[in-house]
Ligand binder design. Structure first.
Ligand code: PLP
Length: 377
């Protein structure tokens, strides 16, 4: 099945006898045993829940994974992923990452004795310089957040595997509709399901999609032990959201392309960062490894006052800290998503008081352009 069909038909309740075309919510924490030493396949919902299982089947199929685990949030998924590492192990991460991930790596992994190094994962020589005998995991975000740097997933996977480490790719921005990192050689795909997969800013979720029996068993053990699972109702909302993933991604991307072109023409805008602009640094790699560029745009305005003006004048586009929903949202990374990133890193990357990040939604493009035009004037 093609991805857009999988989005609609990629899961079905195997226990159904009614012909229901949607998956029911098994709002159930425990399951009775048919007899001593017997199980229906469901024992206790931290281990298995039929609604969550269908969500995992669906996202796993979209990512072409051997297994997929659904978490309560994207951060819960990343936290469990880092539990693969033991004291003395080392991890390399993209230097331009979601700020919450940086906080987890710096404050939790480091405390647990894991060494964390950052570099531009798009620069293979920088990764090679950091790879060592203790490196177990390389974590890349592409496009990165908020600077939209692109990493060549296949090339990075080859390099990482040569030294026996795993490659995890945060695919939140592109979703499996546009990019499937496991097919390019990554071992693990991360999602904040709160974003495009859910798509409606009404549910939190996270995913790890994996290839390989060894990783799958290790992660399933951590999953049932730590218990950071997504609840049945949220699982249902995610399944429902994914049904329209394909058309939402197409519409948001086509809006983003028009907005990126428009922003470039505005005197108050000094630079636009969008992977879909033909002169963007990662454009050719994006075309090679993904079927789309997504709908996330960062841009610089000419002063901090202008950034404040835009944030307060927008009427339709909302000033809020998330992305990937049907509603367009504008974020101020310096004080929101990346507030916890060390100041030196922010300065080096260019996350300053003139940078804004726009998650383009599925509204009418003309209405979005009109709102931006009046806010930038
Ligand atoms: C790229 C990316 N990964 C992971 C996360 C964390 O996901 P959640 O907010 O669902 O915990 C976010 C949140 O913004 C994100 O943008």
């Amino acid at each position: 099945m093609n991805p857009s069909t999988l989005c609609v038909h990629g899961c079905k309740d195997p226990n159904d006898t009614t012909g229901a075309v949607t998956v029911p919510v098994y709002q159930c924490a425990t399951f009775a045993h048919p007899g001593l030493g017997e199980t229906s396949g469901y024992d206790y919902a931290r281990l298995q829940n039929p609604t969550r299982e269908q969500l995992e089947t669906l996202v796993g199929a979209l990512e072409q994974a051997d297994d997929c685990l659904a978490f309560g949030t994207g951060m819960a998924a990343i936290a469990v992923l880092t539990e693969l590492l033991a004291p003395g192990d080392a991890l390399i991460a993209s230097d331009d990452l979601y700020g919450g991930t940086v906080r987890l790596l710096d404050k939790v992994c480091a405390k647990n004795g894991v060494r964390v190094d950052y570099c531009d994962t798009g620069d293979l020589s920088a990764v090679a310089a950091l790879l060592g005998e203790h490196t177990r995991l390389v974590l890349a975000e592409t496009p990165s957040n908020p600077m939209m740097h692109i990493t060549d997933i296949a090339a990075l996977a080859e390099l990482v595997h040569e030294s026996g480490a795993w490659l995890a790719v945060d695919n939140t921005f592109l979703t499996p509709y546009f990019c499937q990192p496991l097919t390019l050689g990554a071992d693990i795909v991360i999602h904040s399901g709160t974003k495009y997969l859910g798509g409606h800013n009404d549910a939190l979720a996270g995913f790890l999609a994996v290839r390989g029996t060894d990783l799958r068993e290790k992660l399933r053990f951590l999953y049932k032990t730590i218990g950071a699972i997504v609840a049945p109702w949220e699982s249902y909302l995610l399944i429902r959201g994914i049904k329209t993933l394909a058309i939402r991604m197409e519409r948001a991307q086509s809006n983003a392309q028009r907005i990126a072109a428009f922003l470039r023409e505005q005197p108050a805008v000094t630079q636009v960062l969008y992977a879909g602009l033909p002169d963007a640094p990662g454009y050719e790699i994006s075309r090679k490894q993904a079927s789309g560029f997504g709908a996330m745009i960062s841009f610089y305005v000419d002063s901090a006052d202008r950034a404040e003006q835009v944030l307060s004048r927008l009427r339709l586009i909302q000033f809020a800290e998330s992305l990937g929903g049907v509603e367009s949202l504008l974020t101020y990374p310096l004080l929101q998503t990346h507030a916890d990133v060390p100041e030196e890193t922010r300065a080096r990357l260019g996350i300053n008081d003139r940078l804004l990040r726009l998650s383009v939604g599925i509204e009418d493009a003309e209405d979005l352009l009109a709102d931006l035009a009046q806010a930038l004037k």
